[in-house]
Design a binder for this molecule. Structure first.
Ligand code: KIV
Length: 275
């Protein structure tokens, strides 16, 4: 069954949890499709995980389109959400609509995601009016890292908790189809989830959200630059990869790879004629 913004909303209504993972390439997308993940986020976290930047601020529209299109070729039923990179929507409502359109037309995204609450509602309204569904992202929004002064949990005081709820209600009113809650205390995320009719997808926001998202390299144990508290490593793929690379190195160096099994044959007479 094709996942859409409508099926995700139905999942919320039925109390069925929504699964989202980040993904940035064709082969990994195919694996996620095979196990029936509901939705993929081509996150601008690709700046960290794929491109080795310190933050997401340098990621471009071209980066997002390139990776989103690759993921789109590996999936059928998964709903494809693509991040709008820093400065692709903050500059004006016009820029927001044009760039959201590019993510759909060139990247084949079904939904675009942008960071911010009340302050980006004009952008959300305009993108939705252009028939492009929007996923909002509030709480710890990594594109605001310089304003926050670091990756800090948001909404811990009465004032900031009220602001988070106000942002959540505002993005819903502006037409967002879902909202990512990042780095928010669990009880606050649960309260926000109960107040909204659109699904909430949590990352570092506890079990009370309608769904969860993790960066796939984090949950596979592939990315060791830093491991946030909210990450559960479901596998040690980094170790598996390192062992395979080391084994390959050893076998090439001692000439046990390639063996006959991995080699193409040719008739001896053909070779003899070359001498
Ligand atoms: O870019 C990203 O991967 C994200 C998730 C952390 C929600 O925005």
């Amino acid at each position: 069954m094709k996942n859409t913004i409508t099926t995700l909303k139905a999942q919320k209504e039925k109390g069925e949890k929504i699964t989202m993972l980040t993904c940035y390439d064709y082969s990994t997308a195919k694996l996620m499709e095979e196990v029936g993940i509901n939705t993929i986020l081509v996150g601008d976290s690709l700046g960290n995980t794929m491109l080795g930047y310190d933050d997401t601020l340098q990621v471009t529209m071209e980066d997002m389109i390139h990776h989103c299109a690759a993921v789109s070729r590996g999936i059928n039923d998964i709903l494809l959400v693509c991040d709008m990179p820093f400065m692709s929507y903050q500059t004006s409502v016009y820029d927001a609509v044009v760039n959201a359109g590019r993510l759909v037309k060139e990247g084949h995204a079904n939904v675009v995601k942008l960071e911010g609450g009340v302050e980006v509602c004009p952008q959300i309204e305009a993108i939705v009016k252009a028939s492009i569904p929007v996923c909002a992202h509030i709480g710890l929004t990594p594109q605001s890292i310089n304003s926050f002064g670091g990756y800090k949990v948001q909404g811990k005081t009465e004032a900031t908790a009220k602001k988070l709820l106000e942002d959540a209600l505002a993005v819903e009113k502006a037409g967002a189809s879902m909202v990512v809650l990042e780095g928010v205390p669990a009880a606050l995320a649960k309260h926000v989830t109960e107040k909204l009719s659109i699904p909430t997808i949590g990352i570092g926001a506890g079990a009370g959200c309608d769904g969860q998202v993790l960066v796939y390299q984090d949950m596979l144990g592939m990315f060791s630059d830093y491991v946030p508290k909210f990450v559960k490593q479901f596998a040690s793929v980094g170790e598996v990869m390192k062992n395979a690379f080391a084994e390959y190195k050893k076998e090439v160096e001692n000439s046990t790879f390639p063996s006959e099994e991995h080699t193409y044959a040719i008739d001896d007479e053909v070779i003899e004629k070359l001498y």
